[in-house]
Design a protein around this ligand. Structure first.
Ligand SMILES: [Zn+2]
Length: 118
């Protein structure tokens, strides 16, 4: 019988082992990691103060252990959110890294250090 093993928590789960509540025909439950919150201060004319959150989540039902997903929330308390597979999260991280590198590597750099002489 593997049910006990299925209910054990992965090392990243923030809850105590045995926290899952699984009913035979129920909706299942989740393992969650701690949330990482990235506060984004207001930038006048560009954006209001907001935040991005990320966490690991894994949906478990009485019969299925789904793959861990990377949860990404935007706005206070993750008003908009999406769950990404590990491959999708890796692709997003790579795309962000490439975009930042393109700006840093462009002639003149990011443009923040350039000031016209007064
Ligand atoms: Zn757990």
């Amino acid at each position: 019988m593997t049910r006990d093993a299925d209910r054990s928590c992965p090392p990243w789960c923030k809850y105590a082992s045995g926290h899952l509540h699984l009913e035979p025909e129920g909706p299942g439950d989740y393992h969650y990691s701690e949330f990482t919150v990235l506060p984004l201060p207001q930038l006048p004319g560009l954006r209001e103060r907001t935040e991005i959150q990320t966490a690991i989540e894994q949906h478990i039902t009485a019969t299925t252990t789904h793959q861990p997903m990377i949860w990404l929330g935007l706005g206070p308390e993750g008003r908009a959110s999406e769950a990404l597979t590990l491959d999708e999260a890796t692709a997003l991280a790579a795309a962000l890294t490439r975009a930042v590198a393109r700006v840093h590597n462009a002639p003149g750099g990011p443009g923040l250090e350039r000031h016209d002489p007064v």
